[in-house]
Design a protein. Sequence first.
Lengths: 147, 147
Amino acid sequence: MNDKKTCDDPCPIARSLAFLGDAWSLLILRDAHLGFTRFDQFRKSLGIAPTILTRRLAMLTEEGMLEKRLYSERPPREEYVLTAAGRDFLPVLVMIGAWGHRYRGGGRLVRIHDAETGEAIKPVAIDEVTGAKIGTRPLRFVLPDGG
Amino acid sequence: MNDKKTCDDPCPIARSLAFLGDAWSLLILRDAHLGFTRFDQFRKSLGIAPTILTRRLAMLTEEGMLEKRLYSERPPREEYVLTAAGRDFLPVLVMIGAWGHRYRGGGRLVRIHDAETGEAIKPVAIDEVTGAKIGTRPLRFVLPDGG
DNA sequence: CAATGTTACTATCAATTTGAAACTAAGTCA
DNA sequence: TGACTTAGTTTCAAATTGATAGTAACATTG
């Protein structure tokens, strides 16, 4: 996709497409949330060509989802850690997972558990204002007047 | 991405990548939730080349997100409407929007309002079991034993 | 100190995908 | 009869993908 000024688009979804809208980027972010940080961990986990991985990591870094951090001076080695923006992307990944669990289920599937209770979580998106689940009440999409 | 057996992958996120991981598909789904159904509506709204739109619509249809429906017999015309799976994808889109609002904000942005109360919604993902917001408690990713 | 290993890449290049522009097909409307 | 509408297809240059191989900088092993 030619990302001509998606950054000017008034739609917050369109604005996120710089890294979203790429399968590898989503999988890298997933792995980052699983605790992976290094080039070779991502490469082996995903079976991704190093050329592509390099580009995706660079893009995710530039987009502020990951941050490069030196973890060894000799030899010089860098790893990729989630930024605040990257960590806050977790709800999106979890909701994707919930959708996939429901509509792409069948066979063995990874489940997410609460580490303290040990129970499988049931992810739902709600509107914090009304408390209603997203999808149960009609919504309206509003573009505020611009000066 | 070469989608060799993502359908066998135990990760529900990976399984959803057939249409996720494509910027146009996400925008088409967004527009579908805005009420668009026709080829030309999508094309004009997105500024997408008809070649690509044709392919994406076919894929989303094949993936069960959209359904073709005849809306005129003479001349024969078809439109694309959301399936249950497509409608249930809304929470993902809303969470992406919430993330984008926070981390890709600035300037005029579309906001989502509750149509009844008229107030802007505050989307959050929670675990229905504990009631806690996703990201506030440690999680564990579990692959259940297979036979 | 030479050989092998580790980690994080880059180079090369064929094959696929993208996307712009023009065109088509089947009909309606004036 | 001629313009218009809707949902596409054709064509093709340019960009992207991804497999394979190679590199750079250092550590470890014998």
